[in-house]
Design a protein. Structure first.
Length: 177
């Protein structure tokens, strides 16, 4: 898909891109691509903003990483690895584990496994999958938040996979736990 030139981006989308640049220190290609349809850009930004209130940052990052790997979204894996490390304080080993459906934290490991099941089974998880996430001390309200967070990641995975967005994410600073 065509990424609009900055001068062709409508003013309301340009102000969103300015906020993205301020947050990341650059404007990731995904957001530039979404600016081709300002309404879609606004929807994605609104969803991401609202999801940021649902769970702690490391759990949200773990979900995004696990979902991105499950969907083979190379762009989202790179972007979420970057944000997890540089903005979210996650160590490199925990990022790698999240990509494989695990974590150094047992509760986040349960979340990563659960969201992989949600994606692979298209939401039709088994009772055992629900029992496992509940066994990690997640309430039904938190499970709703986990699924919602996974679905927002799924949306951006699909957008970037359809677009075949070129990875333009800076290398992360390697941190260990």
């Amino acid at each position: 898909m065509t990424v609009p030139a900055l001068e062709d981006v409508p003013a309301r989308a340009r102000s969103i891109l300015d906020g993205v640049r301020k947050h990341f220190g650059f404007a990731p290609g995904m957001f530039n691509m979404l600016a081709a349809n300002p309404a879609v850009l606004e929807i994605v930004m609104s969803l991401q903003s609202n999801v940021s209130r649902l769970l702690d940052a490391k759990t949200r990052h773990t979900i995004a990483l696990a979902v991105s790997r499950s969907n083979d979204c190379d762009y989202c894996q790179a972007l979420h690895a970057y944000t997890s490390s540089e903005l979210g304080g996650m160590a490199g080993d925990d990022i790698e584990l999240a990509l494989t459906g695990s974590s150094t934290d047992p509760r986040r490991a349960a979340v990563a496994r659960f969201v992989q099941q949600v994606i692979e089974k298209r939401g039709q998880v088994a009772d055992a999958d629900l029992a496992a996430i509940r066994g990690a001390a997640y309430s039904d309200a938190e499970i709703l938040a986990i699924v919602t967070t996974a679905v927002v990641s799924l949306l951006t995975n699909y957008l970037n996979n359809v677009n075949q967005t070129v990875i333009d994410i800076p290398a992360i600073t390697t941190k260990t736990a």
